[in-house]
Structures are given as structure tokens and as C-alpha cells.
Design a protein around this ligand. Sequence first.
Ligand SMILES: Nc1ncnc2c1ncn2[C@@H]1O[C@H](COP(=O)(O)OP(=O)(O)OP(=O)(O)O)[C@@H](O)[C@H]1O
Ligand SMILES: [Mg+2]
Length: 630
Amino acid sequence: MAGIRKLPSVLVDRIAAGEVVERPASVVKELVENSIDAGATHVIVETQAGGMQSILIRDNGSGIPFDELPLAVERHATSKIESLDDLEHILSYGFRGEALAAISSVSYLEIRSTHAGADTGGLLRARGGTIEEHRIDAPTEGTGIHVQELFYTTPARRKFLKSERSEDTAIHKELLRLAFAAPELHLEYYRDGKPIFNLPSDNDLRSRIATVYGPDFAARLLYVEERRDALVLTGFIGDDRSYRSQADRQFTTVNRRPVEIRHLPFFVRKAYGELIPEGGKPIFFLNLEVDSTRLDVNVHPTKKEVRLTDEALLHGLIMAACQRALFPDTPLPFLRGKSDDESRYVTDEPGSQGSSPFLSADSSGGFPSSYQPGSPSQADRTAAFREQLREGASPAPLLYPVDELLSAGMSVREERAYPVRPPETTAKRSFVPIRHFGVIFGTYILAEGENEFYLIDQHTAHERINFEKKRRELEARRFQRQILLHPIALDYDAQEAEQILSQQERLLQAGFVLEELGPGQLVLREAPDFLEPGEEKELVEHAIERLSGGEDLVRVYDEYAAMKACKASVKKNDILSPEIISGILRQLGECEQPSRCPHGRPTVLRFTRAELDRLFLRTGFGKQIDASSE
Ligand SMILES: Nc1ncnc2c1ncn2[C@@H]1O[C@H](COP(=O)(O)OP(=O)(O)OP(=O)(O)O)[C@@H](O)[C@H]1O
Ligand SMILES: [Mg+2]
């Protein structure tokens, strides 16, 4: 083997270039970022053959002074920062002075630029990092950068690239990331001469999302905003029923810079809990404002990913933001989309209408005469029902007066309704059942409210009740630590034990006292006193895992309460007496958040009277009854 030698600088540059420009998409990203840094409001991107043959980017930014063109392609030459101090407060995308040097060392590069105010433009051509031409040129608007034959100097890298198609996909994604980071930027993208998108300047993120994915998609997003310490998270997440099979609509920015945030997708996924199925990928467009001193920007040479110095804080912030948006305290409206409604209609064959008791084509709008809108007897009866219910009369009246149904040509089985005692104050409550009619399919309780009816999942509803009860108990007792009669040995290896011990302070706050007997030999000496005997090991292992993963204490207790709640709750197919059902409904009505179980599944579906009337084409009827009973 030959002796140790210093590498020639050309080779050094090429090796470094490989880190900055991995593939055509990274070239596109670096160049558009430069345009934005130069104050451009309009950028046009054109690529050929997956960007491997040609990438041309033109902007209307401030341009590069003629004399500085050679410097722009030199390594570590930048106009953006001057000192280490600046590095701590970076506002521009670029700061390393690496990108153009890297790109030029592995391609054929041409820059045409006119500095704002100058009456002549400049041209610079470089091949494989060596400047071949630098001259005055006709003035242009802003800067145009043309990169050709990417990686021609490094054939190995070129071979490593994927198909044109996958390079195109990567470029597309990179441009979208920038488009969402800078909604006000007018961005055009042409691929092999064909227009792919032309995004006009948008006012804000939601309108940019609507431009890209359509207004329906954008309308279903939930706005989030949450702050903790110096972190501010804002943006949009998919609603409780939106997810994708691929993580293709996940976009993050930090201080408006498109970067990935380590662990963020994982935290968001966790916040959705059971709302989306295993393998489902949530949708999010999030920006994190954070003092750059709390960021480790340089973790990745292409500035693709940042890491927060305090990840536990980030975790708490995301959970809080997402859960506040996902679990507002209202029962789910059952019918949302318009198309959904329409698909429920059964259209009768022409001519068969007259034979249906519900769709006679007479002048009363197709309804049996006894249901005539505004018929005083009906209105009075409705009012009387309500009166009775308010007084808690028991048993409650039938769902519909049988004689009326019979005279309308309908046969009914007599069904009993059971009253539900309303909670003390019904003001501001979103779930106020008045009576119920038992359980269907061994699972769903059917109940009626003032102007709506509900389907309640008996298991998740009971879980919510037990969860809030358990949580109140925990809060009230402000637990004490108790010394365990028999210390409990925990099973961790030396590495894990070390990690856990570094979190000892937090664990102590949570009521756990650990002791290390030898390397990797941890025992639990003291535990919170609310634990029931036999539970310590399960809970402590759970708590340790969650707390050392950065979870906050309150949440760990919530999880504990949820675990307990699930075990203590009635299950599907458990047969419940009407009194128990009434009790469940009343207590659910008193819950702080009645609409979800602690794992995030719905507890209540609500059908409003207006929705039903609409479905049965009774809109006018419903309105008049309401009006006459007021
Ligand atoms: N489109 C542009 N318009 C105006 N000036 C530009 C443009 N592109 C590059 N420049 C100038 O060239 C310099 C070098 O660009 P380059 O991308 O290599 O480095 P940088 O942006 O400073 O840092 P980084 O390597 O982190 O991107 C920039 O600092 C800027 O002054
Ligand atoms: Mg740059």
C-alpha cells in the first residue's frame, strides 16, 4: 500500500458534494431555496429526464453582482452569515456556502444573473468545479441557473440513482415541501416540457393546500395551535376519519423552513390513537416556531432533518395540539358529507309510488293525513310529552302514539321507553339524553334527546365514565409513595437500566423509587399508593417506558386511568338492565368529554331531528312542528 497522502482538492470537493447533492431532487431543493433567500416571489422549475439531464431554475430575486459570480460557486462562500453568532439565529435557508460549489463540482453549471439595479447582467459557466467562462451578458430578471449532466464526474453516483420516474417523484415532493413552506411563492414546475403544476401566490397555508389537493380535502383539515415554553406549533391535521396508506401528505417546517423533525410523525400518529387503523398514516401540515438555539440544525448535511434538544417538550406539545383538535367536546354529527346523505335515499320505480304508505303523491306532500303539518293535536301531544319528561314522569310514553301509526297504515310492536334522569345542570352540555329504548345488536343503546336521537356504544361509553371517575380519584388523592414490603425486580439490560436511571428524577416525581443493585439489576422499592397489590410491576414498567420516552406525568396517569377503565367496563353483548342503561346515559351526560372513550373511539353518534326529516323528505313538516311547539 502507498503511504498516506493528502487528497487533491478537486477530489475533496467531489466527496463533499456527494453529501450535499445526493440526487437531482436535492439540487432542485438547494436552488429554489437560494431563490427564496434572494427574495424571489416567482420561481420556475424545468427538468428533463428526472433532472439527470437538465435542471433549469429561474427566479425574480435580487440577483448576484457580476464580480461575485465566481465566489458563488466557491466552497464556504456565502452572503448569508458572517459569524458563529449568526449561525445561532439563521433565518435564511442557506448558510453553509456549499450548495452551488457542490453542484458545480459534479455537473455542467451555468448561471445568468443580473443584480438588482445593474444595467448589465453576468454569465458564469463551470464544468466539474472549474470556471470556464465569466463575462458580462445582456441583463435578465433575477437569476437563472442551469444544471446539466448531473454526476457526470462521478459515474458511480449516477449509476446509483433510481429510475427517471422515481427521481421525478422525489423532485415533485421536494417542490411541494417548499410550496407549503412558502404559500406566498408563485411556483411553476415543468417536467420534460409538460406543465406539472402552476401554483399562484396563495394567502395562507390552507389556501395553498386547497390549490394543491383540492378544496374538499382542505376543508376537512383541522386547525391546530399550541404553545409550550418557547415552542409554537401551528398548522393543520387530518380530521378523525382522514388518513392515508402512505406518508405522502405529511409536511413539516421549522421556522418556515421545510425540514423533517425527528420523531414528529411518530408523535402525531400516537395522538390519533385508535382513530385510525394500524398502518394508517396521518395527514399533517405543521410548522414549529422555535428559537434556533434549541435546534440541532446541522444533524444532516442536506439540512433535511432537525432535532430538538428537548424532545419530551415536543412530544407533549404535539399530543396536546392534536388531541385538542381531534377530541372536541361534542358528539360526532352522524351525517357529514352531502353525497353520504343522498346515497341513503331509495328511489321508487315510477308508478309504484301510489302503493307505498309513505310516498303517496297527494297534495299533503306525500304524508299520511294524520301527520298533517301543524295539526294541533299532534303539536299538543309533542309538547305534552316534553312536559312529562321534564317532570321525570315514569314510565315514559311510547315512542309514537300507536293509534296514529295504525291509522297511517303501519303496524307497530309496542316498545317501551325508559327515562333517563337529566344531569343537574343541562346548560352547555352537548349530550343530554332524555330516555332510551334499550340496546340493539347487543352493543348500541338507542336514546332520544330533545331534538335528536343517539346511538351509544355501551362499552366505550362506560369506559369514558370509568376513566373520568378514576382520574378524579387520582387527582383527589394526590398520591403518596409507599414502601413495598417486597421490592420488585425489573427486567432490563445494563444499557436500558442506565437510560432509565438517567430519568430517576422524573420517576421519583411519579412516585417510583428505584435502586440499582448491580449493573442492569433494578429493583422497585417504593411505588404510588393508589396501585392495587399485584399491579405494581405492570404499571411501573409502563410508566418507566413512557416517562423515559419523554412522556409527561399527567398523561401517564391518564393512561393508567384508561387501562383501569377498560377493565372495569361493561363489554359488548353484556346484557344490561334498563336501569343500568339509564345510569350509564346519565353519567355519560355528566362527563367532561362524553363523545370519546379514553382511547379515542367514539362513544356517541348523534342524529338530529333535522337530519332525519331531511332524509325522509319531511323538512317542511319538521319545521312546522318545531315552530308550533315553541
Ligand atoms: N438565485 C440566487 N439569487 C441570488 N443570489 C444567489 C442565488 N443563488 C445563490 N446566490 C448567492 O450565492 C451564494 C452561494 O450559494 P450557495 O447555495 O452555494 O450557498 P448558501 O445558500 O449561502 O448556503 P447553503 O450551502 O447552505 O445553501 C449565496 O450565499 C448567495 O449570495
Ligand atoms: Mg444555498
